[in-house]
Design a protein around this ligand. Structure first.
Ligand code: B12
Length: 743
């Protein structure tokens, strides 16, 4: 935020001044990478009736422009809802102010903002009278702008959303307009009737697709590309399009003229070998289909040769890879090198929760010189990137621009490597997280060994769902339940909730999913940075060893490792726990039942609900471990909110998360838990779990145990870790590639 000794920056000059100062401090004095700087130069309310507030929106927009021009790579964000605060309670006017403000701020270079993803009005759609009055205020074009808008506002007060549902005036429009309206607003109620009406008016059924339907979808594509429309709406529009095409298909078949609709391009999409995650890939696929691209989705766990064979067979124009876990990053490098070896030169697109621009530039792009490689942050950017890379007029320039950008990133990455001070492993161990074990009796679990849950009660899990990540996976940012009443994202979240809740109730009532889990407890003690697990209290022969990694940042606070939270051998008899849970049995089939009807929207919701139930299973089981199964917190009485805020004792670190970045530790965990036999969860060669809606991890009971990020590790620890795991150094470097402080 743009604050300094004098307080908040309100004018453009002050905002730029403070951001420039911070920029210089960060980049020149602490060598902070400029691309990681996000400025929020303060968005303040306009039209408050106080004259000096009238220029606040302009001040932000001007400051944004200056920051983007003068402070390379820095990004700009802001709390958009602040700008319309003086009209709280009048949602339609607030929405119009957000739409107009963002229209100008994005044009000035704004990169992101806290705003309602699914409920922003379509700029061109804001009633002209209202839009002009709002623009007068946002751009401070007239001294009496505020009065005029205050006078006009009551006219638009009625809740537009409801107006939109009851406002059926659009049903009186010509069929082409009705089709476009249904597409833009995601309304399926009349799609078959309207498509049929259009078919009867058309010479050939194909003309309905090439005409009104594509016009409607191009509007959706343009609005989405321009940041005036957001993910949930776009995926809903796709559903309308698919149902319209499904109605026309038999007529086109019957016609047998064999004319096919010209697509903008053909794209092969796949989640790479060893990875099972597809929500992100599916969302991008739907958005691209909306924009008239033919998407050939090969699914998950797809080996490189199958991806490339499909690209050759279908004469594809691009390949899109997705991945969620770090081992998939290496696989993406391999696919890129195979594309190079097999002589392809079509664009390669990279996306997924674990991918990043830096990794793509430093590791993937160098492996594929024959064609371009582009990282895509999220679905909202996919269409723009693809259209630039595939259109003959822009593809060379687009590829060249990315290549130049990635060269810069590689240079910065190399520079960043040199400077950061690090601790040797020996020094890091001397600075370990010290626990005073004298007089501490580690709590003994109520049982040792395993406990299986064959069919955990879905209703109990549904009651323990953390909904915030669900809305996040639809780009609606905010905490649940406040998000449902939020005056910015409320309506969009309520709409999504209204669609998701009945599906969840159906899943529970009809037992569409089966939740299976296993939990285990074993005697254990730390041995250096390892945790040795014993079969019984005799603690004679180890039955397994968990290998932990230690922080090596050069810092005053402790360089922690998970082994610090278990009593060293010979100091006190301690214990460790483990779990593996899934709620994904049945998810694929239930989601497919919607996808078959062209309803990707519900299919994606079903998959996201399985993830939520899996996460809820992990949370609920951990609670029962603390209170019952391990029983070290029998009187714990926390609300779900407190539990989600981790206000409990002990931790449950998951392999792959920052405290234990090594996914291969799941092999030891799964062997001890007999997880596959007992829950049906399998591990892929990248140690992803299938079904995808699965979580696994360890339990630590010590009250001082806490979550931390291992961060980057050095050669000395890699060599030490290899020796402890009985691997050679290259094997460790392969599995821990993203956290190596070298190479
Ligand atoms: C929700 C979530 C889960 C859910 C569901 C995951 C899923 N989607 O299937 C559950 C609870 C099941 C889960 C489990 C695990 N998770 Co998790 N999870 C997350 C979380 C919080 C959000 C991911 C998500 O779903 N986002 C929403 C979707 C829609 O976004 P997306 O996948 O990123 O896709 C978007 C873009 O990336 C892009 N995109 C995606 N693909 C493509 C492809 C192309 C071609 C293009 C152009 C664009 C594109 O567009 C999409 C839409 O905008 C992330 C943290 C984060 N903030 O990202 C951790 C995270 C991904 N999980 C992580 C881990 C480690 C795990 C577990 C291994 C933990 C464990 N030991 O149990 C398991 C693995 C499960 C398995 N089956 O193997 C790590 C992965 C990194 C790593 N170290 O490998 C993360 C990054 C957390 C962390 N901080 O470390 N996880």
């Amino acid at each position: 935020m743009a604050f300094d000794e004098q307080g908040q920056a309100d004018t453009a000059r002050r905002k730029v001044e403070i951001c420039t100062r911070a920029y210089k401090l960060l980049t020149e004095q602490v060598n902070f990478p400029p691309e990681d700087i996000i400025f929020d130069p303060n968005i303040f309310a306009i039209a408050t009736g106080i004259e000096e507030h009238n220029n606040y929106a302009i001040d932000f927009i001007e400051a944004t422009k200056a920051i983007k021009q003068q402070l390379p790579y820095a990004r700009v964000s802001g709390g958009v809802s602040n700008v319309s605060f003086s009209f709280r309670g009048n949602e339609p006017v607030r929405r119009a102010i957000h739409g107009v403000f963002l229209y100008h701020a994005i044009a000035a270079g704004m990169d992101m903002g806290i705003v309602n993803a699914g409920d922003l009005p379509v700029y061109d759609d804001i009633p002209r009278e209202l839009r002009d009055a709002v623009e007068d205020v946002v751009l401070n074009r007239r001294a009496d702008g505020t009065e005029r808008l205050v006078d006009l506002a009551p006219k638009y007060k009625g809740d537009k959303a409801e107006a939109r549902v009851v406002d059926l005036k659009w049903r009186d429009q010509p069929v082409a307009e009705r089709l476009a309206h249904g597409l833009v607003y995601g309304i399926t109620d009349w799609i078959v009737e309207d498509t049929e009406a259009a078919r009867l008016e058309a010479v050939r059924p194909l003309h309905v697709i090439e005409g009104p339907l594509m016009d409607g979808m191009n509007r959706v594509g343009d609005l989405f590309g321009a940041g005036k429309m957001f993910l949930p709406q776009v995926v809903k529009s796709a559903r309308v399009m698919k149902q319209a095409v499904a109605h026309l298909l038999p007529f086109m078949e019957a016609e047998k003229a064999g004319q096919v609709r010209e697509a903008n391009g053909k794209i092969i999409m796949a989640t790479v070998k060893g990875d099972v995650h597809d929500i992100g890939k599916n969302i991008v696929g739907v958005v691209l289909q909306c924009n008239n691209y033919d998407v050939i989705d090969l699914g998950v766990m797809v080996p490189a040769d199958r991806i490339i064979d499909a690209a050759v067979e279908h004469k594809a124009d691009a390949i899109g890879l997705s991945g969620l876990i770090t081992p998939s990053l290496d696989e993406m490098v391999f696919v890129a090198s195979e594309m190079q070896r097999r002589g392809l030169n079509i664009p390669l697109l990279i996306g997924g929760a674990t991918t990043s621009k830096t990794h793509t530039a430093v590791k993937i792009e160098p492996a594929y010189q024959a064609g371009s490689t582009t990282y895509v942050l999220d679905a909202s950017r996919a269409v723009g990137v693809v259209s630039h890379l595939l259109s003959p007029d822009t593809r060379d320039a687009a590829a060249a621009a990315t290549r130049a950008d990635y060269i810069k990133i590689r240079e910065q990455f190399a520079r960043g490597r040199e400077t950061r001070p690090r601790a040797s492993l020996a020094d890091a161990r001397k600075n370990s997280f010290a626990i005073d074990w004298t007089g501490y009796q580690p709590p003994k679990p109520s049982f040792l060994g395993l406990k299986t849950f064959d069919d955990y009660d879905l209703a109990e899990l549904a009651a323990n769902i953390d909904w915030s990540p669900f809305f996040q996976s639809w780009d609606l940012v905010g905490r649940y339940p406040q998000i449902l009443e939020d005056d910015v994202v409320g309506e969009a979240a309520r709409a999504l909730w209204a669609d998701a809740k009945p599906l969840l109730d159906q899943i529970v009532a009809e037992k569409r999913f089966t939740a299976k889990g296993v939990v285990g407890f074993w005697p254990a003690n730390a041995q250096g940075d390892d945790i040795v697990v014993y079969a019984d209290e005799a603690r004679a022969a180890p039955i397994a060893t968990f290998h932990t990694l230690r922080q090596q940042m050069d810092k005053s606070s402790a360089n922690s490792a998970l082994s610090d939270f278990i009593a060293p051998a010979g100091v006190a008899p301690d214990y460790i726990g483990g779990f593996a849970v899934t709620a994904g049995h049945g998810e694929t089939a239930f989601a497919a039942s919607f996808r078959e009807k062209g309803d990707d929207y519900s299919a994606i919701i079903v998959a996201a609900l399985a993830d939520r139930l899996a996460e809820a299973f992990a949370e609920r089981l951990h609670e029962r471990v603390r209170k019952e199964f391990w029983g070290y917190a029998p009187v714990e009485a926390l609300t779900l909110e407190d539990i989600l805020a981790e206000k409990y004792e002990g931790i449950r670190p998951a392999p792959g998360y920052p405290a234990q970045p090594d996914h291969t530790e799941k092999a030891t965990l799964f062997r001890l838990l007999e997880a596959t036999e007992r829950t049906g969860i399998t591990l892929t060669e990248s140690f992803a779990m299938f079904p995808a809606a699965a979580v696994s991890g360890l339990y630590f009971s010590h009250p001082k145990a806490h979550y931390f990020g291992v961060g980057k590790i050095d050669r000395d620890q890699v060599a030490d870790y290899a020796a402890r795991k009985g691997w050679d150094v290259t094997e460790v470097e392969r599995w821990l590639a993203p956290i190596l402080a070298y190479g």
